[in-house]
Every structure is written in C-alpha cells, then in structure tokens.
Design a protein around this ligand. Structure first.
Ligand code: GLP
Length: 245
C-alpha cells in the first residue's frame, strides 16, 4: 500500500492533479476514471488551470466518471456529468466520444450499465481510477454490504446525499433516485487507483479502510488488496492512523 499524506489541502490538490496529468503524459491513450464530490472539485479546477497555462495533448485520452445519479436531468448541477463537464471536461475541450458517462434517465438501466462497462473494456480497460471516499466507506455508489464481486449496477445513494438531491431537484418521495456505479470488481480491475480523502470528517473511515479488516461493511477496505493503489490523504484525514506515514 502506498500512502501519501500531504501537509495541507493545496498540496493535496496539487499531487492529485499531477498524478492525473502524469498518467495522460505517460500514456496519451489512457482511460481515466474521475470521481465527483467536494474532495475532487479543486483538483479538477487545478488541472483545468494547468491545461490553460500549458496545454498538453488530451486528444486521445478517454475520461469517464465512476458513477452517475439517476432520475434527475443531466443538466442538474449535481449530476456527475454536469459537474465533470463544468470542472474539467469543457476546459480541456474533450470531444463527446472521449467522455463516457451513463445517462441519468433511461427506461432500461440494466442495459445502460452493461453498455457503460463494455465501452470502457473496448477502450482497453481503466488505466487510472480516481476514487472519493464516502464517510460510510462507499466507493462510487457501492454502499456497505455490496458484494465485492459486483459489476456495474444501479445502486442506492446514501441517505444524506439522496435527501440533498431530492431537495435540489424537487423530486417527490415516491419517485426513486439511485446511482449507476462501476461495481467493486470493475474498480479492482483498474490498473492503477488513486483514492483521495481529505478533512476531519473522513479520519475515522480512513482508519477503518486502511487498518481495519477487509469487509463489505467498509467497501473501501478491499483496496488494501489492490496491487497498485495510492491513498492520497491530507493530515486531517490521516490523523487517526496508528502508524506514522
Ligand atoms: C458521492 C459520489 C462518490 C464520491 C463521494 C465523496 O457519494 N457518488 O463517487 O466518492 O460522494 O464525496 P465527497 O468528496 O463530497 O466527500
């Protein structure tokens, strides 16, 4: 396991941004999985800024998001598609066929899950997957007790996120919300993973993820078994670890 602890948030964003840019520079045809949320927002904006100042070739790089909210308009500002476009994809000028996202609306999500997964396979599989970490240990929308062998599927969100999205989109309680997510198996098949977590609110789950047992109760604990996963933390997120890193 490679654990990197940065001295502050700025360094955290900087390291993450350069890990992603480095992957693109090393392998222009790379397939790069992104993740949305508060943790990744600034690193995306930083990549955009670096690109504007010193453009690099992204014309053959495929980008995708690890998950997507379902049953909301794609233009909703909390949809992963729109967040990634606003933070990064549009600034980089990524062409539509190099940005792969499941739709937010569909009458056959099972088909969409398979299509999403197949498209990534056709591009040669995932080179680098960036992952945020839920405070309950979720990866993408794989909530606690999701079987480790699960492939891309339509899952539930955690209650806090669901309540926020319902409010922001005026979605009534009788209309189901969910999330398409790469399954744990797909995530574990990525050649490289960058797990990012910052802030005090993540300290407890970071400790469980890295020093606790590997269990579906903490989906992210499976990453202990990935041969090429870097855990990028700030000092607050790393504060409950018992070993000096
Ligand atoms: C959501 C996303 C996850 C992300 C997580 C972390 O649940 N579906 O992919 O990892 O949020 O969010 P934050 O960085 O805001 O804590």
């Amino acid at each position: 396991m490679k654990i990197t602890v940065t001295i502050n948030e700025q360094a955290f964003d900087n390291v993450a941004a350069w890990r992603i840019i480095g992957e693109i520079l090393n392998k222009p045809k790379a397939v790069i999985g992104l993740s949305t949320g508060q943790t990744t927002h600034n690193m995306h904006v930083l990549i955009s800024r670096i690109y504007q100042e010193n453009p690099f070739d992204i014309s053959q790089t495929t980008f995708f998001g690890v998950d997507e909210v379902t049953n909301v308009p794609r233009e909703y500002k909390g949809a992963c598609y729109t967040m990634l476009k606003d933070q990064l994809i549009d600034t980089l000028g990524v062409k539509d066929n190099y940005f792969i996202m499941p739709p937010t609306l569909s009458d056959d999500f099972t088909k969409e899950c398979k299509l999403f997964q197949d498209q990534l396979k056709e591009r040669g599989g995932i080179d680098l997957q960036v992952l945020g970490l839920g405070t309950n240990g979720h990866l993408g929308f794989n909530q606690p007790r999701t079987p480790f062998e699960r492939e891309t599927w339509l899952s539930k969100m955690d209650e806090v996120l669901e309540a926020r999205i319902r409010k922001e989109t005026n979605t009534p309680d009788n209309k189901e919300l969910g999330g398409i997510t790469l399954g744990i198996r797909n995530i574990m098949q990525a050649r490289k993973i960058l797990l990012v977590a910052k802030g005090k609110s993540k300290a407890e789950i970071v400790q469980k993820m890295l020093e606790g047992p590997i269990t579906t109760d903490v989906p992210a604990s499976i990453l202990q078994l990935h041969p090429n996963c870097e855990f990028l933390l700030d000092q607050e997120a790393a504060s409950l670890l018992s070993i000096e890193h």
